[in-house]
Design a protein around this ligand. Structure first.
Ligand code: PGA
Length: 250
């Protein structure tokens, strides 16, 4: 059985005071949650959130990382630096990075390898736009996004350390969620695709759903066989909502 993971992507939100309230609020409710929980604050607040989470079950992740380890790359943060301060996870290839910051699937794949090399668990985001879904391109798009990573990530057993987040772009921040059936069908497709490369190991790979997950739709989504938790944006900024979603995964 895969243990469910509920991850919060804070995006470009928060400040020292509000982060403290939010993270303490989440920690206060952890005892009622059976799923693994993770928060991903902006990088500048990682140390603050790590300190607040110290000694608790709440994990901390970054929202992006460089492909480089060190050197003349002004403005970048390396996976090994994240590891050094105690970060365990990193979101990679979020659709906002792909569309707003021109990250191509090949770049994302290189980052996945760099993150794994540094000992981080990558949360690899994939997903199709509305136009792609409507023109029945979903499977082609997801295949291409994953294919880039298959190419870079040689050995199958490295996939054991990767978490996938399927986030239909049209559902992110829009209030439009994929129906549980739609999401399940796509998750099944992703798992079958992964199985072609990693065989039985696929049973251990967590595939999260993301895109307008809220307390009132989480339970049905997480009840689907191939949905192993969620990547939560807006609703992760409120401790009560984030915890309610995590309880739905328990
Ligand atoms: P949302 O964002 O929950 O606000 O739709 C999800 C995400 O972008 O990871």
């Amino acid at each position: 059985m895969r243990k469910l993971l509920v991850a919060g992507n804070w995006k470009l939100n928060g400040d020292s005071a509000s982060n403290q309230v939010l993270v303490e609020g989440v920690i206060a409710g952890l005892q009622d949650v059976n799923a693994d929980m993770l928060v991903c604050p902006p990088s500048v607040y990682l140390s603050q959130v790590l300190a607040a989470c110290d000694g608790t079950e709440l994990e901390v992740g970054a929202q992006n990382a460089a492909v480089y380890t060190s050197g003349a790359y002004t403005g970048e943060i390396s996976p090994s630096m994240l590891k050094d301060i105690g970060v365990g996870y990193v979101i990679l290839g979020h659709s906002e990075r792909r569309t707003l910051f021109d990250e191509r699937s090949e770049d994302v794949a290189e980052k996945v390898v760099a993150a794994l090399d540094a000992g981080l668990t990558p949360l690899l985001c994939i997903g199709e736009t509305l136009a792609e879904r409507e023109s029945e391109q979903t499977e082609r798009v997801l295949t291409a996004q994953l294919q880039a990573v298959f190419k870079q990530l040689g050995e199958a057993d490295r996939w054991q350390q990767v978490v996938i987040a399927y986030e239909p772009v049209w559902a992110i921040g829009t209030g439009m969620t994929a129906t549980p059936e739609q999401a399940q069908a796509t998750h099944r497709f992703i798992r079958e695709l992964l199985a072609q490369h990693v065989g039985e190991l696929v049973q251990g790979i967590r595939i999260l759903y993301g895109g307008s997950v809220k307390p009132d739709n989480a339970k049905e989504l997480f009840a689907q066989e191939d949905i192993d938790g969620g990547l939560i944006g807006g609703a992760s900024l409120n401790a009560a909502d984030f915890l309610a979603i995590a309880r739905a995964a328990s």
